[in-house]
Design a binder for this molecule. Sequence first.
Ligand code: HEM
Length: 460
Amino acid sequence: MTATADNAAAGVTTDVTGYDPASYDPRSPEVKQNIEEHFERLRTTCPVHHHVFDQAELKELNDNPYVAGPVTELYSFMRHRDVEEILQSPDRFLSIEGAGPERMTPVEGTGMLVWSDGETHRRSRKICLPAFSPKNIAPLAPMLQTRIDDLIDGFADTGHLDLMADFALPVTSGMIAHLIGLPIERAPEILEWGYAVIATFGGDDASYQRGLWSLGKIGEFLAEVGPDRARRRAEGEELFDAITHVLTTEDDNGSRFTPQEAVVAVSQFLGAGIESSATAMCNGIYLLCTNPDERRKLAENPALIGTAVEEILRYMAPIEGTCRTAAADMEFGGVPLRAGTKIRPVYASANMDEEVFADPKRFRVDRDRSELRRHVTFGTGVHSCLGAALARRELALGISTLLRRIPTLELDPAEEPTRNTIFLVHGFDYLPIRWDPASVLPRAEDPVRAATAATGPAVS
Ligand code: HEM
């Protein structure tokens, strides 16, 4: 893939290293290998990066059957101040055309959650919000702790595995299964549906068919469980699962999601909630293994886990950035933007901005909480992540239980970890680890107490 950046409009300079901003191609798998270095150089030399898509990219992006109109270019914003302003200006920077660089057709004509604006977004968020309330999330922690311990018991004797496939994805897909009220045995199915939802953005007919297949599966599932949950709810039974909430919560006018809207909302929980948290889990273990002093600090003071999780999220935001569409002709960040231009606030760069974070390249499990509150890993503003509290719990429980029960856990020196090369994702998708099976400690007897003890105080 060739980089065809034309950054004249953005006041591009070169830095002392002679870095050439045209070497940054936001969709190149090669660039992904050392992307943090590009972000650092771009913040100084080219904080608003203009990329013109080449022929292969244009075909991939514009041939998608869900595409409403062609795109030709993408502006990426690297500075924290620009990223924050974009996210907090939903009237100027729209979400209706989707989170990727393509110009997607709004689902159901008006959109849904992350893929919607204005009143449609407010309504869909209001209906989904109760599913993610603390009252709903809290009962999930002991189930999650049991899932994590079962997985560790299952592989303890092997001495090595790929953390992504054998631990992180089974944990996060299990969590979503619990969230929507399904037994843990159906986690592999949930994972398959989640991947198929994401495939919608693959840009070819097979991917599109996979996306449609997953929506069909979610529809069948809702039709199967929905009436029973609605009846039990109407009879006064207290149900905590997200499906019950999504199907029974009313908007301001007393109306509920249509069956199609419910399918699209649930598809976003699956698409947004499985790979992102699993990537963050792998990023966290990688960072702790490669920063032994910080790992020691955490082992000596387990109550630091809440802060450590925030630092992991800041240091390696698992979602690199999500796109917006300029609502009108404007000048922003020093560049003129035409109405309809696709732009991208880059969370993974903003989180390392020297203007906001002291010594940002230093990974510290006890970084100041007032600084950590400014990371934009879960976005900010009206679209900020609905699943953030859930993700924080998964990470705190997963990472602290792994490191406590397997003190000899380390990166496997025999195999290199690999980076995920998908445009939206930032982090590892293959992380080989090893340990001494004799060192594995037994699980705590009471999962409720273990879950509470392991998560420590949450950062809010
Ligand atoms: C570490 C894990 C996660 C990360 C880094 C993450 C990140 C994000 C970000 C950056 C956004 C904002 C997107 C935008 O403004 O365009 C977002 C929105 C969203 N996330 Fe997450 N997420 C994570 C986990 C989850 C989980 C576990 C769920 C649910 C099961 C979830 C559900 C959602 C939903 C429904 C939205 C749309 C909210 C709206 O548009 O109002 N996320 N997430």
